[in-house]
Design a protein around this ligand. Structure first.
Ligand code: ZN
Ligand code: ZN
Length: 377
């Protein structure tokens, strides 16, 4: 038996140690790691259990003899052909490769260490390197007019901030040797009778451990709600990203803060349709206006109305452009255009006099508008 499961190593005594020496070693370690002395410290609690287990075996001559001979002790004794004499023991995760978990929990910026401390609550963490904080993204719904003129929105966000208890370090600052590898940073791993020397999973090969900060569980950061006002510039479009520098998640160990991005969702308007910096509108005109030509008033996104000149003989669906009556561009400040589509409104005629006039109009203009169509067939 090597490493953590070596009862002699756990107690810090030699294989030839006398019972009195074993008893003294156990008393000293039990005092050090007793849960009453280390409230809330899971690492100490684990250590206390292991040391007690080691003492239980090595203090009993019969058990110790079996341990010395076989390299383990089992209450059931060794059954020939038994594949796993440790099957009765609680599951031990210490040989498990956690590197697969790295980068899991995306978005919240959870690191491997966060997951580790949540799963095992050992209350310890290997020394950390600075990591930059991740960016945050929030959506904000902006009114049609606010998007054109600019506005301020109030947002409630959840962001990771540097833990005040440990100043973002994630540890209490106390550093000690990793008990798993006894400071070597490496561990022996046996797979099908082949022994490998791999990085110690508990300290990630550093050989050292630090007591994790309690409020942030070693993460160095705490998620906190924050209410903030964000200035939305004039001219934003649907799906625009407004960047708020430094308002993303805090980094660890003094790593730089991420940014906050506000994704705009711009409301529509019943009359004005916006496409980029251009505005699209539909205006009804009368038959005489379309036939004879007219000047019609068209609403624009400015309060003033524009005068649109419709030439005689304008067909329904004709589009006109009002130059620079669109939205001022966010980038250049140059205004887009307004497109006006005319739709001819057909009146419902009830009085005889109007009907007479239209019949007379037909006699004067006998053309058939479908003739062109027939010729093409
Ligand atoms: Zn902390
Ligand atoms: Zn270690």
């Amino acid at each position: 038996m090597t490493g953590k499961n070596d009862f002699y190593k756990l107690l810090g005594v030699s294989r030839k140690a006398q019972p009195e020496e074993i008893r003294k070693a156990y008393k000293r370690l039990a005092r050090k790691f007793h849960p009453d002395v280390n409230p809330g410290d899971k690492g100490a609690e684990d250590r206390f259990k292991k040391v007690s287990e080691a003492y239980d075996v090595l203090s009993d001559p019969k058990k110790r003899q079996m341990y010395d001979r076989l390299g383990y002790y089992s209450e059931a004794g060794f059954q020939p052909g038994e594949a796993n004499p440790w099957g009765r023991r609680p599951v031990d995760f210490s040989g498990f490769d956690f590197s697969d978990l790295q980068g899991a929990g995306a978005g919240g910026g959870s690191s491997f260490r966060d997951i580790f401390s949540q799963l095992f609550g050992r209350g310890e963490t290997p020394p950390q390197r600075p990591e930059p904080g991740s960016n945050l993204e929030y959506q904000a719904t902006i009114g049609f007019w606010d998007a054109i003129r600019g506005t301020t929105v109030r947002l409630n966000i959840l962001r990771q901030r540097s833990c005040p208890a440990c100043n973002g370090k994630g540890t209490t600052g106390r550093e000690r040797l990793c008990p798993e590898c006894e400071g070597s940073g490496s561990a022996d791993k046996t797979i099908v009778n082949l022994r490998f020397n791999v990085a110690c999973t508990r300290c990630q090969g550093t050989g050292r451990l630090q007591d994790a900060c309690v409020p942030c569980k070693g993460a160095g950061r705490l998620s906190e709600p924050e209410s903030l006002e964000v200035r939305i510039p004039a001219g934003v479009q649907d799906g625009y990203r407004v960047r708020v520098p430094g308002k993303g998640n805090s980094g660890t160990q003094g790593g730089p803060r991420g940014d906050l991005y506000i994704i705009t969702k711009v409301n529509s308007h019943p009359f004005f349709t916006r496409k980029g910096d251009d505005i699209y509108t539909v205006i009804p005109v009368t038959v005489p206006e379309a036939a004879l030509g007219a000047k019609v008033e068209v609403p624009t996104i400015e309060n003033a109305r524009a005068l649109l000149k419709i030439p005689p003989g304008t067909p329904s669906g004709q589009k006109f452009r009002l130059r620079e009556k669109g939205v001022a561009s966010l980038k250049s400040g140059k205004r887009g255009d307004q497109y006006v589509e005319v739709r001819i409104h057909i009146p419902k005629i009830a009085d005889e006099r109007s009907k007479e006039i239209l019949r007379e109009f037909s006699h004067l203009n006998p053309e058939n508008p479908r003739n062109d169509l027939y010729r093409q067939l």
